[in-house]
Design a protein around this ligand. Structure first.
Ligand SMILES: Cc1cc2nc3c(=O)[nH]c(=O)nc-3n(C[C@H](O)[C@H](O)[C@H](O)COP(=O)(O)OP(=O)(O)OC[C@H]3O[C@@H](n4cnc5c(N)ncnc54)[C@H](O)[C@@H]3O)c2cc1C
Length: 449
């Protein structure tokens, strides 16, 4: 199986971008900030600053925020927001730092690092998670209670960014996106007030609209009981890629919703893999339309999640990425364009939609892509100039066959990015932003202004 970890490992030695510059805060403001919070405040020159400022994608290693505040609790978050309001300083939240586009760091905004808000609690069918909780820990703590939430496969991605952008994974077609399971958020708003949000426009915006509206300090999600899952994998040669893509496109977006199947295309070949909430025998017959020679198995649910995650935490690395949604069956010319895109050196990862992901309407939550057959993630782990070139060239080949983009596979090079991420929900998101954060305190890259 080609996992995201494999892709990361291939690019571990990639080059970095040069420094992008930094904005200094006056000393009295830093003193005031230090006096206001219990957590550490790290500024340029402090020991520990360089470790604290970097994010998962080493592409952004040159970005130097004026300060990183390692908050201890929601009282600290409130204190930072009140301080920022007093001195009119922009803020950006960070939970796991896995945002592709450097959207949880900044040369001008102070970073509110929520890594320590990582509590994982469960009671009466509801998981209450701190934004800094990592998916590997979430899966294992919930599995001990016989339940799960739908989320991504990388064990070090954090709940905060994942749920705010949507949250797609191998249970997606069975259980929906992570944001679809949210009952309520605890937030600190732009005026520095702690609030619970479970209704209204802000609740709508936080489910898929990103980090522009508030700082989330906890999220409550509806869980589902699980015990075991089945999984499969099929490898196809380079010569069989067109047939593999045609078969997958016909099958995966319309398959029974307990099955989520993904197809990876590279210049070497293709791989289909997926997870089924049922038995291995039933899965074997279900995936016959995919052809090839499948490997099929089943195990307890946590073991299967660990299988998708791989053995170790993925290392930080440099990569470029983009995404696009496809709403119609691909024609023969469409498939040709996809194979040509994979021949640029970029990898294409096709996540089947449909099932529970497509049950809500476009405007039920801020996440708008409810009519997609599948998303395509275009990825390249390589020296950044090469990676950007590959991703750009691959995306332009497939662009005639799709539209939009997934905010959690954010592409800093995409023009009209917010329209691509939020589609027809963009105007409503802008209205919510005007209402809840008129001073534009929260400023993630490619956020809502
Ligand atoms: C290796 C890897 C694998 C991935 N796999 C998947 C996958 O399987 N499925 C999937 O859907 N996505 C996947 N992603 C994408 C991932 O969901 C997004 O990058 C997500 O935004 C990361 O969340 P984070 O908290 O770790 O990131 P961060 O970089 O901390 O945050 C991302 C964005 O959310 C904002 N934000 C974060 N926390 C808060 C908060 N508490 N309050 C307000 N704003 C906040 C930040 O300001 C930033 O704009 C993957 C990413 C990587 C690097």
């Amino acid at each position: 199986m080609i996992t995201r970890r494999d892709l990361i490992a291939r690019g571990a030695a990639a080059m970095l971008l040069p420094a992008l510059g930094e904005a200094a805060l006056p000393k009295d403001r830093i003193r005031a900030l230090r006096g206001a919070v219990r957590g550490r405040v790290l500024t340029p020159g402090d020991s520990g600053y360089n470790g604290a400022r970097v994010v998962f994608n080493t592409r952004w290693d040159g970005v130097k925020p004026p300060a990183v505040v390692q908050v201890r609790d929601s009282a600290d978050v409130r204190a930072v927001v009140q301080w920022a309001d007093r001195y009119d300083v922009p803020l950006v939240a960070r939970s796991g730092g896995h945002g592709y586009s450097g959207n949880s760091t900044s040369d001008s905004a102070v970073v509110v690092d929520l890594d320590r808000l990582d509590a994982i609690r469960y009671s009466d069918g509801i998981a209450t998670l701190g934004p800094g909780a990592r998916l590997g820990d979430v899966y294992s703590r919930l599995a001990a209670r016989g339940v799960t939430i739908p989320a991504g496969s990388c064990p070090t991605v954090a709940v905060g960014g994942l749920v705010l952008g949507g949250g797609m994974g191998l249970a997606g077609r069975a259980m929906g996106l992570t944001c679809d399971r949210v009952r309520s958020f605890d937030i600190v708003d732009a005026e520095g007030r702690r609030r619970r949000v479970d209704d209204g426009e802000l609740f709508w915006a936080l489910r898929g609209g990103g980090g522009s509206f508030a700082i989330v300090t906890a999220v409550r999600l509806r869980t589902r009981s699980v015990s075991t899952a089945a999984f499969f994998r099929i490898s196809y040669s380079r010569a069989a890629r067109d047939e593999a893509l045609a078969r997958w496109d016909a099958f995966a977006p319309k398959a029974p919703s307990d099955l989520t199947a993904i197809l990876t295309l590279t210049s070497d070949g293709a791989t289909a893999f997926g997870q089924y909430l049922g038995g291995a025998n039933a899965l074997s017959s279900l995936i016959r339309p995919l052809g090839g020679t499948p490997t099929v198995g089943s195990a307890d649910y946590l073991t299967v999640q660990r299988r998708w995650a791989g053995d170790d935490s993925p290392p930080r690395s440099a990569f470029a990425a983009s995404s696009i949604y496809v709403t119609k069956r691909l024609s023969a010319n469409g498939r040709k364009a996809f194979l040509a895109a994979a021949d640029t050196g970029a990898t294409l990862i096709l996540d089947a939609y449909g099932g529970a992901i497509n049950r809500p309407d476009r405007d039920d939550t801020a996440f708008p892509h409810r009519r997609a057959r599948f998303s395509v993630q275009v990825l390249s782990y390589a020296a950044i100039p090469t990676a950007r070139q590959r991703v750009k060239s691959a995306r332009s080949r497939i662009a005639p066959y799709g539209g939009g983009a997934y905010a959690n596979y954010a592409d800093p090079d995409l023009s009209g990015a917010t329209r691509s991420y939020y589609g027809a929900n963009l105007e409503r998101l802008r209205r919510v932003k005007r209402d809840v954060d008129p001073a534009n305190r929260f400023r993630p890259r490619q956020g809502i202004r």
